[in-house]
Ligand binder design. Sequence first.
Ligand SMILES: [Zn+2]
Ligand SMILES: [Zn+2]
Length: 147
Amino acid sequence: MNSRDVRAATRQAKASRARLKEAKKRMKELMRQNEEMKDKMARDAPMLEGINKKVEELLKCPMCVASCDATAKVPCILECGHTFCGECMIVLVAKAFDDLAPNKKSDWVDIRCPTCQFKVSRMNYPLDLALVRKNEDVLTFIKTMQS
Ligand SMILES: [Zn+2]
Ligand SMILES: [Zn+2]
């Protein structure tokens, strides 16, 4: 090895030591970021759980206290703005029909919103859910969550 080769080898060794040092520094930084991320997730977990609970509450039918869905428990909205699931709507209309005097039975009944007592006139009996106005925002949300 002549002196030029020695100088070149020294330069190379120095360069790779520097690269190694740089890589170690980068690794340390990544590990620190990873720890920070873990801390952040641990801090955010209760908040996310809180949001989940609130969403669950919002999707619940106030009458049967079960979650609305995109099928039988489709969220139906009354004129007063309150939302009930399809199953409860059927129950409400059937009950209103049962409450009619025998000589007053008709295919059309009035119901009252269980939440605010608002009178909803002329619901068809037996209730055809296809004809009931849906809470489209809630329904879209349910469908989005399912996909
Ligand atoms: Zn219900
Ligand atoms: Zn109401």
